[in-house]
Design a protein around this ligand. Structure first.
Ligand code: ARG
Length: 411
């Protein structure tokens, strides 16, 4: 029987996917907070939701079952019962900076008095100080944080379900994320895996959990085949974490035998590998030309296990050749974002023109605003399903970032 998580490629027909519908969290902040929350603008929520529904409908119309993160968390907590709900809240408050003390107790009181659904939505949306009729008298609150409006920051990046965890084979990595703005997000996924009846006790492997020290995010984790994973060395994923997960995947006989580490520029526009490189067919990929040097050069390393169980690391610089080698293909088609025009490539990459989601071999979901790249994809024979993108794109993520495939058909 297929496990509740089963992903052995980037392109196998998408059967089950997890999304998060944008809620109050995407507008519950000030312009001043934007850089820290990793947003470049504040989306207009009703339109963002409409666009997101359009995305979900497109996936459903093409045969995918859509699960929502927010519902799964509520269902997991309800299945777990009061003790689980209390422990969950306690840990969430601790990770939000209130390990104990009066503010912890006040917040606990406030949130535990809600229904589970209200509590989960509230934790995601953030808790403002003026919601509680209580004035903290401690020195930190009085002297340092008096002008700060929140007890609990909103989590606007939750609709990028790709990043807090990544499905790999019959399991997943639950990620230790890079920035404080996102670190609490992967706790939702851990809760689902531990307590949701659909996922708990189903023999799923957690290849690497969120308590591990090195940083890794799902936007950097690409399943190229049932034996090869590519991982970006990026602003968000450290080389140490890549070695660590490679070791665990090899040791635990996950089926993956090779990890391809690809180093990309470390900046906000290209925070993850999937913002500049995605797999969209057996032998076709999108790539942002800005990451390739002369003659398509880019630093990559293949990591394998040698006879003694040690990691063996091999450096390469020709992306096309490495991909051919690891996938056993005679030819591959690297399709440049923006058709290769450097201005258009940069503009469309900024709005996630390289961040395509394959829902079957050669069938991709993309943002409609990247019309040049979309046309190029069509010219290369792909079927392109465009979705609305004016507001969603303000969070700096596209269709791949907004989706966590849980089950794909094997190729
Ligand atoms: N898989 C991705 N590329 N995700 C994009 C995430 C964007 C989000 N604002 C962040 O900076 O974390």
């Amino acid at each position: 029987m297929t496990k509740p998580i089963h992903v052995t490629s980037e392109i196998g027909k998408l059967d089950v996917v997890m999304l998060k519908r944008p809620g109050a969290e995407v507008e519950n902040f000030t312009p001043e907070m934007m850089p820290r929350l990793l947003f470049d603008d504040i989306p207009y929520l009703p339109i963002a939701q409409k666009e997101h529904d359009n995305f979900a409908d497109t996936l459903r119309a093409n045969g995918a079952e859509v699960l929502y993160l927010e519902n799964l968390v509520v269902e997991a907590l309800e299945a777990g019962g009061l003790a689980v709900k209390t422990a969950f809240l306690d840990k969430m408050l601790t990770e939000s900076g209130y390990a104990a003390g009066i503010i912890h107790r006040e917040l606990e009181d406030y949130l535990l008095n809600m229904t589970t659904t209200e509590m989960v939505i509230k934790l995601m949306a953030g808790v403002r100080k003026n919601e509680l009729d209580f004035v903290p008298r401690d020195l930190v609150s009085a002297a340092e944080e008096q002008d700060y409006p929140f007890y609990l920051d909103p989590m606007p990046n939750l609709y990028f379900t790709r990043d807090p965890a990544a499905s790999l084979g019959d399991g997943l990595s639950i990620n230790h994320m890079t920035f404080p703005a996102r670190q609490r997000e992967s706790f939702f996924m851990e809760t689902i895996i531990n307590y949701h009846p659909r996922f708990a006790d189903q023999g799923l492997h957690v290849w690497r959990d969120r308590d591990q020290p090195g940083r890794i995010e799902g936007g950097d984790e690409l399943v190229l085949s049932d034996t090869v994973i590519a991982i970006g060395v990026s602003e968000r994923t450290s080389a140490g974490a890549i070695e660590d997960i490679a070791r665990r995947l090899f040791e635990r006989k996950s089926g993956f035998e090779k990890v391809l580490a690809i180093r990309i520029p470390h900046n906000h526009a290209m925070m993850h590998l999937d913002t500049v490189f995605t797999m969209i067919n057996h032998d076709q990929f999108t790539v942002h030309p800005g990451i390739l040097g002369e003659g398509g050069q880019i630093d990559t390393w293949t990591i394998t296990e040698d006879q003694d169980g040690d990691l063996h690391v091999n450096h390469h610089s020709d992306l096309k050749q490495v991909l051919k080698d690891v996938l056993g293909l005679a030819e591959i088609d690297l399709i440049p974002t923006g058709g290769g025009d450097p201005l258009i490539a940069d503009r469309e990459q900024w709005n996630d023109g390289s961040n395509t989601l394959a829902i079957a071999p050669g069938v991709v979901v993309t943002y409609n605003r990247n019309y040049v790249s979309n046309q190029v994809l069509r010219e290369h024979g792909l079927k392109v399903l465009e979705v609305l993108s004016s507001e969603l794109s303000r969070g700096r993520g596209g269709p791949r970032c907004m989706s966590m495939p849980l089950v794909r058909e094997d190729l």
